[in-house]
Design a protein around this ligand. Sequence first.
Ligand SMILES: [Zn+2]
Length: 269
Amino acid sequence: MPAMPPVFVTTSWDDDDRSGLKLAELLSVHRLPGTFYVPTGRLGRDSLFSVSDLRTLSAAGFEIGGHTVTHAVLTQVGAGQQAREISACKSTLQQILGREVTMFCYPKGRLNAQLMSAVKRCGYRGARGTQMLSCSARFHPFAMPITVQAYPHGRSNYVRNLLRYGAVGALMKSSWDLIHFKDWLSLGKTLFDRVRRQGGVWHLSGHPWELEQLQLWPQLRQMLEYVSNQTGVQYVTNGQLLALLYGETSAGSGTLAAGEASASPISHG
Ligand SMILES: [Zn+2]
C-alpha cells in the first residue's frame, strides 16, 4: 500500500490587537501552534500588542511574522513604500525577538508577482495570502493559501475570494463544498476530515479582533477542539510548514533553495 501523504495543521492570526493573547491561550490549551502576523507601526498603543506581548508569544513557541509597518495595502503603494513596509517590519520584529523572522503576510491578502518577488528579496522564506478553501500541500511559498477563515462568510464570499485570486480550478474543485455550504465551522470540519483522509494542509486563519467583535470564541473553541490532538497529524507553524515542504534554507540568505524550483504554478495574477 502506498504511504499515506502527510497531514499538516497550521493556523495564522493577523493584526496587532491584544485579543491575540486570548487566542494564544486558547491555542495553547489545545496544544496548537500559530503564526501571528503583526504590523509594527502601532506597537504598545492602547489595546494593541506591546513589545513584551510579542516576546511572550514568541517564548511560548508561537511564530511572529511580518505584516508591514502601517498595514498598507501593498498593491496600492509605490515600489519604494512597498520595500520599506516589507523590510522595516522584519528588522523591527527581529530586533524585538532576537531571532530571524521568516514569514510575511500581505495586508488584505492583496498580492501579485512583483510583490512576491519584493518579499523574497527582503529575505523572507515565504508569505501568506488569503485565498481560501485550499487543502493542498502544493502551493507557491510566497502565496501560501488558507483553508478556512474563522469568520461567518456567506457562500458568495468564498466564490468572490477564489475569483479574485483567479483560482477558477480551485473554485470548480470546491463546488461540492459550496453547494453544501452551511457555515464556516461545518466547512472547516468537512475539510479537516478530507485532509485527514487524503493528506494535505488544513490551515485555519483569522483576526483575533474580529473574533472578539463578533464573539466567535465559542465556535472557534469547537473548531480547535475538533482538529487538535489527532494522531497522524503534524501540527506546525506557517514557517515550519514551509520548511518541511520546501526544505530549510540558510538563515538570512534571502534565497529559497528548493522552494522556487519545486513550487506549483501560481494561480495568481
Ligand atoms: Zn491584516
